[in-house]
Write a new protein. Structure first.
Length: 184
């Protein structure tokens, strides 16, 4: 595993985790909660944003929450899926999943886009692809796909399956591509 890429992802996910939740609720209330964040738009089931991180470095991200979470009644925190472009390290299409619980040690998450499976590594409550090439392949499948499911196992050995809509994914992705173009 590429450790610097992973450390970068953990920082982004951790710093965005609460912000994404607050921003999602703010979008629903039509009032941004984070002064620097700008809603690029709501696209089907996806929200697209631009923001700045320390050093006034721009980043863009899009996110959604599950349409369904199984099993029902399991106590979980925030659950969401996001794709991030960061200008500070020229990373693009970084896919991250927050499960709302800590994954079992060395757990592998399976993300299924229509009929294509992707295996993601886990740390705490997050899951990521190992490489930028895997992120790019997953985003390409998401652009072409219509539904996505995420299957993971918690430290309590509870197997969960979250179902996401990809309605609006392509338009949201186009919005963050335009707001955070490659090479800037």
């Amino acid at each position: 595993m590429n450790q610097p890429r992973f450390e970068c992802r953990v920082r982004v996910v951790r710093s965005l985790g609460v912000s994404v939740l607050l921003l999602t609720m703010s979008a629903l209330a039509a009032a941004p909660a984070h002064a620097a964040a700008t809603l690029l738009g709501t696209f089907g089931d996806w929200y697209a944003w631009t923001d700045t991180e320390p050093g006034n470095k721009k980043f863009c991200y899009m996110h959604t929450t599950p349409l369904d979470m199984a099993p029902k009644g399991v106590n979980r925190g925030d659950v969401y899926l996001q794709v991030i472009h960061r200008s500070s390290d020229n990373s693009r299409n970084v896919v991250s999943i927050v499960a709302g619980y800590s994954f079992a040690p060395n757990a592998i998450v399976t993300a299924t886009v229509d009929t294509t499976d992707f295996k993601l590594f886990t740390k705490d409550d997050g899951a990521w692809n190992e490489t930028a090439a895997q992120d790019a392949a997953m985003v390409k499948a998401m652009v072409a796909g219509s539904k996505m499911s995420i299957k993971g196992t918690s430290v309590r050995n509870t197997v969960t399956t979250d179902t996401y809509s990809l309605s609006g994914f392509t338009a949201a992705h186009d919005a963050i591509d335009k707001a955070c173009p490659a090479g800037r």
